[in-house]
Design a protein. Structure first.
Length: 295
Protein backbone atom coordinates (compact mmCIF):
# COMPACT_ATOMS: atom_id res chain seq x y z
CA UNK A 1 0.00 0.00 0.00
CA UNK A 2 1.20 3.53 -0.76
CA UNK A 3 2.46 5.11 2.48
CA UNK A 4 0.15 8.06 2.98
CA UNK A 5 1.26 10.30 5.84
CA UNK A 6 -1.39 11.39 8.29
CA UNK A 7 -0.73 14.95 7.19
CA UNK A 8 0.78 16.61 4.15
CA UNK A 9 2.09 19.90 5.58
CA UNK A 10 3.31 21.20 2.21
CA UNK A 11 -0.11 20.60 0.65
CA UNK A 12 -1.60 23.27 2.86
CA UNK A 13 0.06 25.92 0.71
CA UNK A 14 -2.20 24.84 -2.16
CA UNK A 15 -5.30 23.92 -0.17
CA UNK A 16 -5.37 26.97 2.12
CA UNK A 17 -6.43 29.46 -0.61
CA UNK A 18 -9.14 27.03 -1.73
CA UNK A 19 -10.85 26.97 1.67
CA UNK A 20 -12.29 30.50 1.48
CA UNK A 21 -14.69 29.44 -1.24
CA UNK A 22 -14.47 25.67 -0.95
CA UNK A 23 -18.16 24.75 -0.84
CA UNK A 24 -18.99 21.51 -2.60
CA UNK A 25 -21.70 23.12 -4.69
CA UNK A 26 -19.15 25.64 -5.94
CA UNK A 27 -16.87 22.81 -7.08
CA UNK A 28 -19.72 21.06 -8.92
CA UNK A 29 -20.75 24.33 -10.56
CA UNK A 30 -17.11 25.02 -11.40
CA UNK A 31 -16.76 21.69 -13.18
CA UNK A 32 -19.93 22.33 -15.18
CA UNK A 33 -18.83 25.84 -16.16
CA UNK A 34 -15.30 24.66 -16.96
CA UNK A 35 -16.65 21.85 -19.17
CA UNK A 36 -18.96 24.29 -20.95
CA UNK A 37 -16.21 26.85 -21.41
CA UNK A 38 -13.80 24.21 -22.63
CA UNK A 39 -16.25 22.93 -25.24
CA UNK A 40 -16.96 26.47 -26.45
CA UNK A 41 -13.27 27.38 -26.69
CA UNK A 42 -12.49 24.05 -28.35
CA UNK A 43 -15.15 24.58 -31.01
CA UNK A 44 -13.72 28.00 -31.79
CA UNK A 45 -10.19 26.58 -31.89
CA UNK A 46 -11.14 23.63 -34.09
CA UNK A 47 -13.02 25.95 -36.44
CA UNK A 48 -9.76 27.81 -36.99
CA UNK A 49 -7.65 24.64 -37.25
CA UNK A 50 -10.11 23.13 -39.74
CA UNK A 51 -9.10 25.81 -42.24
CA UNK A 52 -5.60 24.30 -42.16
CA UNK A 53 -6.07 20.61 -41.31
CA UNK A 54 -9.26 18.50 -41.49
CA UNK A 55 -10.65 17.78 -38.03
CA UNK A 56 -10.61 14.04 -38.64
CA UNK A 57 -6.87 14.16 -39.20
CA UNK A 58 -6.36 16.22 -36.03
CA UNK A 59 -8.24 13.67 -33.93
CA UNK A 60 -6.09 10.83 -35.28
CA UNK A 61 -2.84 12.76 -34.83
CA UNK A 62 -1.00 10.77 -37.50
CA UNK A 63 0.88 13.67 -39.10
CA UNK A 64 3.10 16.32 -37.46
CA UNK A 65 0.63 19.13 -38.17
CA UNK A 66 -2.36 17.12 -36.95
CA UNK A 67 -0.56 16.07 -33.77
CA UNK A 68 0.53 19.62 -33.00
CA UNK A 69 -3.00 20.84 -33.60
CA UNK A 70 -4.38 18.22 -31.22
CA UNK A 71 -1.89 18.87 -28.42
CA UNK A 72 -2.23 22.66 -28.60
CA UNK A 73 -6.00 22.25 -28.25
CA UNK A 74 -5.44 21.42 -24.57
CA UNK A 75 -4.71 25.10 -24.05
CA UNK A 76 -8.50 25.52 -24.20
CA UNK A 77 -8.83 23.24 -21.17
CA UNK A 78 -6.20 25.21 -19.24
CA UNK A 79 -7.96 28.48 -20.05
CA UNK A 80 -11.30 27.09 -18.86
CA UNK A 81 -9.87 25.75 -15.58
CA UNK A 82 -7.92 28.94 -14.83
CA UNK A 83 -10.96 31.09 -15.67
CA UNK A 84 -13.28 29.13 -13.36
CA UNK A 85 -10.70 29.20 -10.55
CA UNK A 86 -10.37 32.97 -10.88
CA UNK A 87 -14.04 33.91 -11.33
CA UNK A 88 -15.83 31.33 -9.18
CA UNK A 89 -13.24 30.87 -6.42
CA UNK A 90 -11.33 34.14 -6.45
CA UNK A 91 -8.01 32.33 -6.86
CA UNK A 92 -5.13 33.09 -9.20
CA UNK A 93 -3.11 30.68 -11.34
CA UNK A 94 -0.34 30.66 -8.74
CA UNK A 95 -2.67 29.26 -6.10
CA UNK A 96 -3.31 26.34 -8.47
CA UNK A 97 0.31 25.49 -9.28
CA UNK A 98 2.19 26.97 -6.31
CA UNK A 99 4.49 29.97 -5.97
CA UNK A 100 6.42 30.56 -9.23
CA UNK A 101 9.87 30.00 -7.69
CA UNK A 102 8.67 26.86 -5.90
CA UNK A 103 6.98 25.47 -9.00
CA UNK A 104 10.10 26.07 -11.12
CA UNK A 105 12.40 24.52 -8.53
CA UNK A 106 10.22 21.41 -8.22
CA UNK A 107 9.80 21.11 -11.99
CA UNK A 108 13.56 21.22 -12.59
CA UNK A 109 14.39 18.85 -9.75
CA UNK A 110 11.81 16.25 -10.79
CA UNK A 111 12.83 16.50 -14.44
CA UNK A 112 16.46 15.98 -13.47
CA UNK A 113 15.50 12.93 -11.37
CA UNK A 114 13.53 11.41 -14.25
CA UNK A 115 16.37 12.10 -16.69
CA UNK A 116 18.92 10.55 -14.31
CA UNK A 117 16.74 7.46 -13.98
CA UNK A 118 16.45 7.23 -17.77
CA UNK A 119 20.24 7.34 -18.11
CA UNK A 120 20.62 4.56 -15.52
CA UNK A 121 18.07 2.39 -17.33
CA UNK A 122 19.73 3.09 -20.68
CA UNK A 123 23.12 1.78 -19.53
CA UNK A 124 21.74 -1.41 -18.00
CA UNK A 125 22.29 -4.63 -20.00
CA UNK A 126 20.31 -4.45 -23.28
CA UNK A 127 16.98 -6.19 -23.66
CA UNK A 128 14.33 -6.18 -26.36
CA UNK A 129 10.76 -6.09 -25.04
CA UNK A 130 9.26 -5.48 -28.47
CA UNK A 131 10.06 -8.79 -30.15
CA UNK A 132 11.03 -7.01 -33.38
CA UNK A 133 12.98 -3.79 -34.01
CA UNK A 134 11.19 -0.47 -33.76
CA UNK A 135 9.78 1.01 -36.96
CA UNK A 136 11.26 4.40 -37.98
CA UNK A 137 8.86 7.29 -37.68
CA UNK A 138 9.75 10.83 -38.71
CA UNK A 139 13.12 11.33 -40.41
CA UNK A 140 15.66 12.54 -37.84
CA UNK A 141 16.19 15.90 -39.53
CA UNK A 142 12.46 16.67 -39.67
CA UNK A 143 12.01 15.42 -36.11
CA UNK A 144 14.74 17.75 -34.81
CA UNK A 145 13.33 20.73 -36.70
CA UNK A 146 9.88 20.20 -35.16
CA UNK A 147 11.12 19.22 -31.71
CA UNK A 148 10.93 22.69 -30.02
CA UNK A 149 7.29 23.10 -31.08
CA UNK A 150 6.53 19.50 -30.16
CA UNK A 151 7.99 19.91 -26.67
CA UNK A 152 5.91 23.04 -26.14
CA UNK A 153 2.79 21.23 -27.37
CA UNK A 154 3.34 18.28 -25.02
CA UNK A 155 3.94 20.69 -22.14
CA UNK A 156 0.63 22.43 -22.86
CA UNK A 157 -1.21 19.10 -23.05
CA UNK A 158 0.22 17.63 -19.84
CA UNK A 159 -0.05 20.92 -17.93
CA UNK A 160 -3.75 21.17 -18.76
CA UNK A 161 -4.43 17.73 -17.30
CA UNK A 162 -2.41 18.51 -14.18
CA UNK A 163 -4.19 21.84 -13.69
CA UNK A 164 -7.54 20.08 -13.76
CA UNK A 165 -6.87 16.86 -11.83
CA UNK A 166 -3.99 17.57 -9.42
CA UNK A 167 -4.77 21.28 -9.32
CA UNK A 168 -8.40 22.34 -9.31
CA UNK A 169 -10.08 19.03 -8.43
CA UNK A 170 -7.58 17.86 -5.82
CA UNK A 171 -7.33 21.22 -4.08
CA UNK A 172 -11.04 21.98 -3.97
CA UNK A 173 -11.81 18.50 -2.67
CA UNK A 174 -9.05 18.80 -0.06
CA UNK A 175 -10.54 22.13 1.03
CA UNK A 176 -13.79 20.32 1.78
CA UNK A 177 -12.63 16.84 2.86
CA UNK A 178 -9.66 16.11 5.12
CA UNK A 179 -9.23 12.47 4.07
CA UNK A 180 -6.75 11.68 1.26
CA UNK A 181 -9.09 8.83 0.32
CA UNK A 182 -11.35 11.53 -1.12
CA UNK A 183 -9.07 14.17 -2.59
CA UNK A 184 -6.50 11.71 -3.95
CA UNK A 185 -8.75 8.90 -5.15
CA UNK A 186 -11.64 10.82 -6.74
CA UNK A 187 -9.49 12.80 -9.22
CA UNK A 188 -7.43 9.67 -9.95
CA UNK A 189 -10.55 7.64 -10.74
CA UNK A 190 -11.82 10.38 -13.04
CA UNK A 191 -8.38 10.56 -14.66
CA UNK A 192 -8.53 6.80 -15.26
CA UNK A 193 -12.03 7.02 -16.75
CA UNK A 194 -10.79 9.72 -19.11
CA UNK A 195 -8.22 7.25 -20.45
CA UNK A 196 -10.63 4.33 -20.83
CA UNK A 197 -10.92 3.76 -24.57
CA UNK A 198 -12.21 0.25 -25.39
CA UNK A 199 -12.80 1.16 -29.04
CA UNK A 200 -9.08 1.81 -29.54
CA UNK A 201 -7.45 -0.37 -26.89
CA UNK A 202 -9.74 -3.40 -27.00
CA UNK A 203 -8.86 -5.98 -24.36
CA UNK A 204 -6.13 -3.69 -23.01
CA UNK A 205 -8.54 -0.83 -22.25
CA UNK A 206 -9.03 -1.74 -18.59
CA UNK A 207 -5.35 -2.14 -17.78
CA UNK A 208 -4.52 1.12 -19.58
CA UNK A 209 -7.19 2.85 -17.49
CA UNK A 210 -5.77 1.21 -14.35
CA UNK A 211 -2.29 2.41 -15.32
CA UNK A 212 -3.66 5.94 -15.70
CA UNK A 213 -5.45 5.74 -12.34
CA UNK A 214 -2.30 4.64 -10.55
CA UNK A 215 -0.32 7.36 -12.32
CA UNK A 216 -2.87 9.92 -11.14
CA UNK A 217 -2.66 8.60 -7.59
CA UNK A 218 1.13 8.84 -7.52
CA UNK A 219 1.05 12.36 -8.99
CA UNK A 220 -1.50 13.35 -6.35
CA UNK A 221 0.87 12.08 -3.67
CA UNK A 222 3.86 13.93 -5.17
CA UNK A 223 1.83 17.14 -5.37
CA UNK A 224 0.70 16.86 -1.76
CA UNK A 225 4.23 16.10 -0.55
CA UNK A 226 5.88 18.99 -2.42
CA UNK A 227 3.21 21.69 -2.24
CA UNK A 228 3.27 22.59 -5.94
CA UNK A 229 2.35 21.11 -9.32
CA UNK A 230 5.94 21.41 -10.52
CA UNK A 231 7.05 17.83 -9.90
CA UNK A 232 3.82 16.24 -11.20
CA UNK A 233 3.96 18.39 -14.33
CA UNK A 234 7.58 17.41 -14.93
CA UNK A 235 6.90 13.67 -14.57
CA UNK A 236 3.79 13.85 -16.76
CA UNK A 237 5.70 15.90 -19.34
CA UNK A 238 8.62 13.44 -19.44
CA UNK A 239 6.27 10.45 -19.71
CA UNK A 240 4.36 11.93 -22.65
CA UNK A 241 7.51 13.10 -24.41
CA UNK A 242 8.66 9.48 -24.41
CA UNK A 243 5.24 8.15 -25.47
CA UNK A 244 4.50 10.75 -28.14
CA UNK A 245 7.81 12.11 -29.42
CA UNK A 246 10.24 9.23 -29.01
CA UNK A 247 8.36 5.93 -29.23
CA UNK A 248 4.67 5.83 -30.10
CA UNK A 249 2.10 3.28 -31.22
CA UNK A 250 1.01 2.85 -34.87
CA UNK A 251 -2.73 3.21 -34.14
CA UNK A 252 -2.88 6.99 -33.64
CA UNK A 253 -1.15 9.95 -31.97
CA UNK A 254 2.13 9.03 -33.66
CA UNK A 255 2.58 12.03 -35.94
CA UNK A 256 5.53 13.43 -33.96
CA UNK A 257 7.25 10.16 -33.04
CA UNK A 258 10.82 9.30 -33.97
CA UNK A 259 10.03 5.59 -33.69
CA UNK A 260 6.84 3.52 -33.77
CA UNK A 261 6.19 0.20 -32.08
CA UNK A 262 5.85 -2.75 -34.49
CA UNK A 263 2.40 -3.53 -33.06
CA UNK A 264 -0.60 -1.57 -31.86
CA UNK A 265 -3.07 -1.61 -29.00
CA UNK A 266 -5.08 -4.29 -30.75
CA UNK A 267 -2.32 -6.85 -29.97
CA UNK A 268 -2.91 -7.70 -26.28
CA UNK A 269 -0.42 -10.56 -26.22
CA UNK A 270 2.40 -8.20 -27.22
CA UNK A 271 1.32 -4.96 -25.56
CA UNK A 272 0.34 -6.41 -22.19
CA UNK A 273 3.91 -7.31 -21.10
CA UNK A 274 4.99 -3.74 -21.90
CA UNK A 275 2.17 -2.36 -19.79
CA UNK A 276 3.34 -4.41 -16.81
CA UNK A 277 6.88 -3.08 -17.34
CA UNK A 278 5.39 0.41 -17.43
CA UNK A 279 3.68 -0.21 -14.09
CA UNK A 280 7.04 -1.04 -12.52
CA UNK A 281 8.81 1.90 -14.17
CA UNK A 282 6.08 4.24 -12.95
CA UNK A 283 6.60 3.14 -9.35
CA UNK A 284 10.38 3.43 -9.73
CA UNK A 285 10.01 6.93 -11.19
CA UNK A 286 7.78 7.97 -8.28
CA UNK A 287 10.34 6.65 -5.80
CA UNK A 288 13.21 8.36 -7.66
CA UNK A 289 11.44 11.72 -7.50
CA UNK A 290 10.61 11.21 -3.83
CA UNK A 291 14.27 10.44 -3.21
CA UNK A 292 15.27 13.62 -5.02
CA UNK A 293 12.98 15.61 -2.72
CA UNK A 294 13.82 13.48 0.33
CA UNK A 295 10.11 13.33 1.22
Amino acid sequence: MIPWPARYPAHEGLVGPARDQGELWRLVLGLIVAATGYIALLQFYLGFVDTLIPIGEVEAGQSPGAMLGLLFSFGCLSAAVIGVTLVLHGRSLWTLIGAPWLWWRHFRLALFAVAALAVVLAILPPWRPYGTPLVPGLPVGQWLSILPFALLAVFIQTSAEELLFRGYLQQQLAARFASPWVWMLVPSILFALGHYAPAEAGDNALIIAAWSGLFGLLMADITARTGSLGAAMAIHFANNVLAMLVMSIPDNLNGLALFVLPFGMEAPDRLLPLLWVDFVLMIVTWLAVRLAFRR
